[in-house]
Design a protein around this ligand. Structure first.
Ligand SMILES: Cc1cc2nc3c(=O)[nH]c(=O)nc-3n(C[C@H](O)[C@H](O)[C@H](O)COP(=O)(O)OP(=O)(O)OC[C@H]3O[C@@H](n4cnc5c(N)ncnc54)[C@H](O)[C@@H]3O)c2cc1C
Length: 476
């Protein structure tokens, strides 16, 4: 494979750029985008490579899944975000290999050289060795997953509207959400609100008393990383809204419309037309790849164990940030959580360290701003470094924090408007059924055409974890 020359070397907008170090960033999520912003218009050449052409605000994916907002409200084109800086080039493609000896990454069948490589490829979902569950219980990591959850739920409700069989209707109106972390609680809370209130007027035959959302997890309490007081508040609100909590129950099997559980009451089975999975996170496969190429250590979740400056052992020119890394250089030695806040702060520090090669930069210190989860309209819980807030005050804090974090002004305004509209009217404007494969047949749908009949995924041996990919399409 012939090495490609970087575009700026071929046609540099200015002579000076020829001498500037070339920083390649893989992944334009929270961490990668922050690096770009910090390096924009600085004396470095930057190439941002991402397999999607947009930055995704994952914390609001549940709102796409439940028809509260649309795809474009939570995603922003990368070119629009950072492409206008003269020293930043954005390239669409999936990095599939890294050659640390040659200092090159491989994507789109080309090799590109780098002086600094920043890996910010995030994380994906894992089914703990049960990849066969993926098509039956979609995860919620990318836009297509959220679309798929919404499509399945709405298709089930449309069928329920037309069925006379009460048992079948009960099944069609049932949802199981696996995973009681923030994403699972937010999804469950939003779906019950959708089924009990938002669509009550729109579906004439549905009996909203039969609508059921069951939230399942093996842990003791919902939101296990938050203070027990907030977990109890969130659990109480979810139950009052109509969500059934099934804690201390391990998923043993998933079949179409069925989830088998082992819990305190022994073995039981839940039946639901829509099953969603928010339970497992695993680092992007670039972590394992780099470990293979360099011997860099990874933890059980596939995250690269990085040095205090986010480099990997023996390669100061390669850094890993965000969900892809396990940063253990903390006061208590515990890794920083896989959240947006740490990812952004890591990105900012690494960019500063590249610009300060000869200067002195204070060691990385994470400022913990706390965590939040929105459980229903006007109700959120917030764990702010010892300050525990729930209810309306929590919701206001949650809304302000998310609006502040959204990287795009247009989206900020749109989201605020849609939230206010939804609160005032209880209506959801994005309840669209899209992405039906049968509607695509015979139509040239480009890349997706090949995915309509993907090869059967090989089942992983029990106990072995499949490599995660945050873009893995559903094979349903
Ligand atoms: C449903 C959900 C809800 C969440 N809620 C919250 C919340 O409320 N608060 C919070 O703080 N955090 C939340 N998180 C976690 C937060 O979104 C992540 O911690 C954060 O996105 C990590 O940022 P990152 O930059 O490491 O990776 P990401 O933001 O995931 O970005 C990774 C980027 O890399 C690209 N990429 C991956 N592999 C390749 C490749 N091989 N080649 C090229 N490009 C590649 C991807 O396309 C993507 O753009 C949530 C996550 C999810 C899924």
């Amino acid at each position: 494979m012939a090495p490609e020359r970087f575009f700026l070397e071929l046609d540099p907008p200015s002579e000076a750029m020829r001498e500037w170090p070339h920083v390649v960033i893989v992944g334009g999520g929270f961490a990668g985008l922050k690096v770009c912003h910090a390096l924009a218009r600085k004396p470095v050449r930057v190439t941002l490579i991402d397999k999607r052409n947009f930055n995704l605000f994952q914390p609001l994916l549940y709102q796409v899944a439940s028809g509260l907002v649309s795809e474009a409200d939570v995603a922003s084109p990368l070119r629009q975000m950072v492409g206008q800086a003269p020293n930043i080039q954005i390239l669409l493609g999936e990095v599939v290999d890294i050659d640390p000896a040659a200092k090159e990454v491989v994507f789109n069948d080309h090799r590109y050289g780098y002086d600094h490589l920043i890996l910010a490829s995030g994380s994906g979902s894992t089914y703990f060795g049960h990849e066969e569950w993926r098509p039956l219980a979609p995860p919620m990591k990318i836009l297509e997953h959220a679309d798929e959850i919404r499509r399945r739920l709405l298709m089930a409700l449309e069928e329920a509207e037309q069925t006379r069989d009460p048992e079948r209707r009960r099944f069609l109106q049932s949802v199981v959400v696996v995973g009681a972390g923030p994403a699972g609680c937010e999804l469950a809370g939003s779906l019950i609100e959708l089924m009990h209130r938002a669509i009550r007027r729109d579906f004439k035959q549905l009996d909203h008393h039969l609508c059921r959302v069951v939230l399942v997890d093996a842990v003791e309490r919902v939101l296990p990383t938050m203070h027990p007081k907030l977990s109890a508040a969130a659990a109480g609100h979810l139950e009052r809204a109509g969500v059934t909590l099934v804690m201390r129950s391990m998923v043993k099997g998933i079949a179409p419309g069925r989830v088998a559980l082992d819990g305190p009451e022994g073995h039981r089975e839940l039946q639901a037309a829509t099953i969603c999975w928010t339970a497992g996170v695993r680092a992007s496969r670039l972590g394992a790849l780099l470990a293979e190429r360099t011997g860099a250590p990874v933890d059980r979740g596939g995250r690269l164990l990085v040095e205090p400056d986010f480099s990997i052992p023996g390669h100061p020119e390669i850094r890993a940030v965000g969900d892809l890394c396990a940063y253990l250089h903390t006061a208590d030695g515990r890794p920083l959580p896989g959240m947006a806040g740490p990812a952004v702060q890591m990105g900012a520090w690494v960019a500063a360290s590249i610009l300060n090669q000869n200067g002195s930069l204070a060691p990385f210190r994470f400022t913990d701003l706390g965590s939040m989860a929105v459980i229903g309209p006007f109700y959120a819980v917030a764990d702010l470094r010892g300050l525990h807030v729930s209810g309306l005050a929590g919701w206001v804090l949650w809304a302000l924090a998310h609006l502040a974090f959204i990287p795009d002004t247009e989206n900020r305004i749109t989201l605020f408007t849609k939230w206010m509209w939804q609160i005032a009217t209880r209506q959801r404007t994005a309840l669209l059924i899209t992405g039906r494969p049968d509607q695509h047949l015979g139509v040239d749908v480009g890349l997706y055409r090949a995915q309509l009949h993907p090869p059967e995924p090989a089942a992983a041996p029990a106990g072995e974890v499949e490599p995660a990919d945050n873009d893995l399409p559903l094979a349903a």
